[in-house]
Design a protein around this ligand. Structure first.
Ligand SMILES: Cc1cc2nc3c(=O)[nH]c(=O)nc-3n(C[C@H](O)[C@H](O)[C@H](O)COP(=O)(O)OP(=O)(O)OC[C@H]3O[C@@H](n4cnc5c(N)ncnc54)[C@H](O)[C@@H]3O)c2cc1C
Length: 391
């Protein structure tokens, strides 16, 4: 174990919380600060696009109320000085550290600010975003347009449709095909349509149209404009790394770390969660950044343990990524990284029955799995991916 006296965790969501809790569990007894830009204590994001939109406010994360750390909420880290080992906050505070956990996650991509400023235009990342969206949905009279048919966009469309609203998804490609492969992606598109969602695929949004400060439409590439009473921009996220610029931490679509989650070239800084990009032993040399709950949960804990152990005692992080979603009542899950595959095949069930599993291989070795209404198969295939089994 190392001999740390002052550890700072920046980012107080899932990965940061797990890091802080694990540091104490592993016996770290020194000063611990948890810095979070949001005013709320750590909470759970997955319900934001699901139960919260339906009226349930429970976003609790176990352990969040009993963190044994200095809670610095509503404050942002604005600068890291890696040589002096200090983190500067936006209120002028300088926090010295001998161990640092970077867990600043990601934020939604935005349209140009004059379009975001139109009433009726929303993103969904934080609890405040979700409560605002829920309030706006209660007054919606016309069509809701969801830009981007990814996990969050699909879930929002599903909730909004269940509430009886007219919904369109506009996607620059075909929803989820890159992530889930063509078979599941095609099935999902049909599933959206069968549930009354208008799906506009392979179409970019050229801009929003507004009247008197309120959004009225979404202008598509080509000449068409979709009337819209409310727009949800769900076109992916960008990692929160601006505060690290010039710090000496290697940034490239996130904080690039080694396989043990140490920021490349540093022995006193680790990163975890949506912001971290690391080389995963199962998936080749190209570092990966995973935007999933279970990854942030496990990685926060693993990064904390590795920080305490120091580079010589630290172990590589190799959890197989996995994520699940519910769209119009159907459970869709995936594991591994299907997009790395050079071949895929339906291994159990059949798309026409609405219950099936697809395995993805690269040079014959399993690298991913996607299932519709088949959790058992996902568990089996996830283990097979972990064992790098051949198909
Ligand atoms: C609506 C929604 C639904 C989701 N549903 C699922 C799901 O069903 N399944 C699943 O696997 N995943 C889901 N996810 C993804 C999952 O929630 C994320 O992977 C997880 O929250 C990542 O945790 P994190 O701690 O790495 O980062 P984040 O949760 O992004 O938290 C980072 C925190 O750091 C703070 N921060 C940023 N910059 C600074 C700074 N400079 N100083 C201080 N604080 C800073 C941010 O304000 C934020 O609170 C969903 C995400 C969203 C938004």
């Amino acid at each position: 174990m190392g001999t740390h006296e002052r550890i700072v965790v920046v980012g107080a969501s899932l990965a940061g919380l797990r890091a802080a809790v694990t540091l104490r569990e592993e016996g770290f007894a020194g000063a611990l600060a948890l810095v979070g830009a949001e005013p709320h204590r750590p909470y759970n994001r997955p319900p934001l696009s699901k139960s919260v939109l339906d009226g349930d406010d429970d976003v609790s994360l176990p352990g969040a109320d009993a963190i044994d750390a200095d809670w610095l909420g509503g404050r942002s880290a604005v600068r890291l000085d890696g040589a002096a080992r200090t983190v500067a906050l936006d209120d002028g505070t300088e926090l010295p550290y001998d161990g640092l956990v970077i867990a600043t996650g990601a934020r939604p991509r935005r349209l140009p600010e004059e379009q975001m400023a139109l009433t009726g235009v929303h993103v969904l990342r934080t609890l405040d975003d979700a409560l605002e969206l829920r309030k706006a949905l209660a007054d919606v009279r016309g069509r809701v347009v969801v830009m981007g048919g990814g996990f969050v966009g699909g879930e929002v469309a599903s909730s909004v449709r269940a509430a009886g609203h007219e919904v369109a998804i506009v996607d620059a490609a075909e929803p989820m095909v890159r992530v889930l492969g063509r078979t599941v992606g095609t099935w999902l598109a049909e599933h959206h349509r069968a549930n009354g969602v208008e799906l506009v695929t392979n179409t970019r949004v050229a801009g929003l149209v507004g009247e008197q400060g309120r959004v009225t439409g979404v202008r598509l590439d080509g000449s068409r404009t979709l009337d819209a009473d409310l727009v949800v921009v769900g076109t992916g996220v960008v990692p929160n790394t601006e505060w690290l610029e010039g710090s000496g931490v290697h940034l490239d679509d996130g904080v690039v770390t080694d396989e043990r989650l140490f920021a490349r070239g540093h022995t006193d800084i680790v990163a975890a969660g949506d912001v971290a990009r690391w080389p995963h032993a199962l998936f080749g040399d190209e570092p990966v950044r995973i935007e999933h709950w279970s990854n942030a949960n496990e990685q926060g804990a693993a990064a904390a343990r590795n920080l305490l152990r120091g580079p010589s005692g630290a172990v590589p992080f190799g959890q197989v990524p996995a994520l699940g979603t519910r769209v119009h009542g159907t459970r869709i899950q995936y594991a591994g990284l299907p997009h790395l595959a050079d071949a895929s095949t339906v291994v159990t069930g059949a798309p026409e029955d609405g219950k099936f599993a697809v395995a993805f291989t690269r040079e014959g070795v399993l690298v991913g799995a996607a299932t519709v209404n088949f959790p058992k198969e996902l568990t089996r295939l996830r283990k097979a991916i972990e064992a790098a089994e051949s198909l």
